[in-house]
Design a protein around this ligand. Structure first.
Ligand code: BG6
Length: 489
């Protein structure tokens, strides 16, 4: 490539390790293209893509053009913009674990500018990459490093990564990404809670009876069995995405939107999660694994028959659990978390179920339902509040209706994808929507005993047919509290 000689306060080099990988061509490059197209990247930006392949720029460009285009919205595809984008995209062939090869990268990144290193590789490479970048003199006081999940497989491995990476970078140079924190609706949750006075007085026990957080996917394990079978749904989704959602729902109002003020409050929630002992694990968690079935109208294989999955795999593709936050705001309010692959619908939502009427002047009414606030994160972004109203006609019969707000149509502004928003945050040095080390480790501290407990109890995943809402035990978990999942209510 021809290294541009330009430098200056506006100059930026984004260096992506793992540039030929899934995440890069599905998410990172489309996100950077969108930011480029909208003029959100500094004028002298270069994107340096690092991979093992012996490619030149032109070969990498051909690869990205084929692989990334399907992940760019049709209305944003523009041949001219794409060619201009390819003009800032350079490829460096490098084995990331080989220190002696970093000279090639150094030669490309010689100008003095802001450098963002995006580590979209296996976490086992994080330490080596940081050490070799440091050895090559590429990490200066301004440099920023983005670490993709999974950050470890348990507390010890997460700590080891943090210790190692911490030798070369200050905490405020490390951006631990959880792309759920970049979703418009997830950020909007903070506004819903802290930008509207009406919710705060009710946002606590005893006015809230229960909270449900569901992230249901229709996709199966796809081509990721190599990673997924060693991880499972608890590590892949609950330890990060679902616990982050829980934090935003449950945290106290932060002093400000500054990164540490927000992260301090999330940390307090994680520290207040009631640890689960074996009895609680047995009673309050459900592991599931999908078997063959019909997903989105097509017959699909069971998990064990998927490519690369051992036929005797005991990995969970579904988790449901009941958690408690032991603090004054949430005493006795159960938080139900649920996530799974090959579920009936792609649906991520948070349901806040308010307490029952203490006394009803309308007598026993079969249609009576508790008020619920339904915050739908995806596929559509909406907020609904269910209320009881009078059934037209004589008598005082009640029936539930929903007051709805479609967030997509509430503004004509473009809604950027999570990765685009988060990448721009990194460039601007905004850490609010990234996880701090103590947050991540505290999440592991809560999750790890569950993983160990499942092993000790020899808790095998219960099967559920692809295209369903998970094993029957998941409904039973709710029924024990006289509650039900939203779709069953
Ligand atoms: C990733 C998980 O972090 O999130 C995947 O590793 C999962 O298994 C994905 O499919 C879900 O993200 P989204 O944005 O599609 O809900």
């Amino acid at each position: 490539m021809n290294a541009s000689p330009t430098s200056g306060p506006e100059a930026l080099d984004i260096v992506i390790f793992g540039a030929a990988g899934d995440l890069s061509f599905r998410k990172l490059l489309p996100a950077l293209y969108m930011a480029f197209q909208h003029g959100s990247l500094p004028p002298q930006t270069r994107i340096v893509c690092v991979g093992r392949q012996a490619w030149r720029d032109a070969e990498y460009h051909a690869f990205v053009s084929e692989k990334s285009m399907p992940f760019i919205a049709e209305e944003a595809r523009c041949a001219e913009d794409w060619q201009r984008f390819l003009g800032v995209l350079h490829f460096v062939s490098l084995d990331a674990s080989d220190a002696s090869r970093y000279g090639a990268l150094k030669a490309v990144c010689e100008r003095s500018c802001l450098r963002v290193f995006y580590l979209a590789t296996a976490p086992s490479l994080f330490t080596a990459i940081c050490a070799h970048l440091h050895g090559a003199g590429l990490i200066d006081a301004r440099a920023r490093v983005v670490l993709e999940k999974p950050l470890g497989t348990d507390l010890a491995s997460a700590q080891a990564i943090h210790e190692a990476v911490g030798q070369y970078l200050r905490e405020d140079q490390i951006y631990r990404i959880d792309h759920y924190l970049g979703k418009e609706t997830v950020q909007n949750l903070m506004v819903l809670r802290f930008g509207n006075a009406i919710f705060e007085p009710l946002w606590r026990a005893p006015y809230i009876k229960s909270v449900q957080i569901t992230v249901a996917e229709t996709v199966g394990v796809g081509s990721r069995a190599g990673f997924y079978d060693g991880a499972g749904a608890l590590r892949d989704m609950v330890q990060n995405h679902l616990l982050q959602l829980l934090c935003i729902v449950a945290m106290e109002p932060p002093v400000s939107l500054n990164a540490d003020d927000v992260r301090d409050e999330k940390l307090k929630v994680l520290r207040s999660l009631r640890p689960m002992d074996l009895a609680a694990i047995k009673r309050d968690t459900v592991r599931g694994q999908y078997t063959e079935g019909v997903a989105e109208g097509k017959s699909v294989l069971g998990y064990k028959a998927e490519d690369g999955v051992p036929p005797d795999s005991q990995t969970e593709t579904f988790v449901a659990l009941k958690a408690h936050i032991d603090n004054a705001r949430w005493a006795h309010v159960p938080f139900f978390l649920r996530t799974g692959k090959r579920m009936q619908k792609r649906e991520s939502q948070i349901i806040i179920e308010f307490a029952d009427q203490p006394f009803s002047i309308f007598g026993r009414n079969p249609s009576q339902q508790p008020n619920r606030l339904i915050i739908r994160l995806q596929p559509e972004e909406s907020i609904h509040l269910s209320l009881m109203v009078k059934e037209p006609g004589s008598g005082m019969m009640l029936h539930p209706v929903q007051l709805g707000l479609d967030l997509q149509s509430s503004s004509t502004k473009r809604r950027a994808e999570a990765y685009e928003r988060l990448l721009l945050d990194v460039i601007k040095g905004r850490l609010t929507h990234f996880m701090r080390r103590d947050e991540l480790e505290t999440a592991w501290r809560w999750v790890e005993p569950i993983l160990r407990g499942w092993q000790e109890l020899d808790d095998k995943p219960r099967s559920y047919p692809a295209g369903s809402w998970g094993p029957a035990a998941s409904s039973a978990l709710m029924a024990r509290e006289d509650l039900s999942w939203f779709e069953e209510a």
